[in-house]
Ligand binder design. Structure first.
Ligand SMILES: O=C(O)CCC(=O)C(=O)O
Length: 226
């Protein structure tokens, strides 16, 4: 499916204040203490196990922005927390969030979110996006055998031109929404301190097609259409 989509011509929008900077930073400090010993890089579906993540996916500032994009009935399709440790190679390759071997998200009925728990900039591995890339629809992808911690999940898109990329430096407590077709990536953290972000896929009731027969079990966060 091609076309501009629910987030305008660039394919992404900033989200301000899903948490206060102090609250986001305090949560990041807890997570850093918890995961530092084994340098955990990806925690899958924390919204199913951790109160702070259940709270984050329901943040009013975030849900209001998601409602504007896809309507009032919203569920979380999945989440994962990404921790990029300073000096440790972990690059997320160019990919689109809305398509993989398991599921296809419908671009006008789903949206991806990235929430910063720490400040993120070019040196610590903030998001990089190709503005407008959603216009091309879903692109052919391949498995990325050695793709950092998205390990086993990451996809790469051949032919992405990094010179078209825009970095999205983001303060702790802010974030962004992305069209599920937007091509994006993030580099390794070569700066000081850990960089932590929560990735969320939001769907409307008719916002996805399961491709492999698995059970999608969406987690409702808004509306009555579930
Ligand atoms: O947290 C990051 O650096 C980006 C991860 C990402 O783009 C994704 O998992 O889809």
């Amino acid at each position: 499916m091609t076309g501009t989509g629910p987030l305008g011509p660039d394919g992404y929008r900033r989200v301000r204040g899903w948490a206060t900077p102090a609250a986001a930073t305090a949560r990041a400090a807890h997570l850093t203490a918890r995961y530092r010993a084994d340098r955990t890089e990806v925690v899958r579906n924390p919204h199913l196990t951790a109160e702070w993540a259940r709270h984050a996916v329901r943040s009013p500032a975030l849900l209001n922005a998601v409602r504007r994009a896809i309507g009032p009935d919203i569920a979380v399709e999945n989440t994962f927390l990404v921790l990029k440790w300073s000096g440790r190679p972990f690059e997320v390759p160019w990919h689109q969030d809305g398509i993989n071997d398991r599921i296809a998200l419908h671009p006008r009925r789903s949206v991806a979110a990235w929430l910063a728990l720490t400040d993120a900039d070019e040196t610590t591995g903030c998001l990089r996006v190709i503005p407008g890339s959603q216009h091309h629809g879903y692109l052919p992808y391949g498995a990325e055998p050695d793709a950092g911690a998205a390990r086993g999940r990451a996809l790469s898109i051949a032919g992405t031109d990094p010179s078209e990329a825009r970095h999205l430096p983001t303060r702790a407590g802010d974030g962004c929404l992305m069209d599920v077709r937007l091509v994006h990536s993030s580099a390794s953290n070569t700066g000081a301190g850990v960089r932590i972000g929560l990735n969320i896929r939001f769907v409307a009731p008719d916002g996805y097609t399961v491709r492999d027969g698995s059970d999608p079990s969406p987690y409702p966060v808004s509306g009555t259409g579930w």
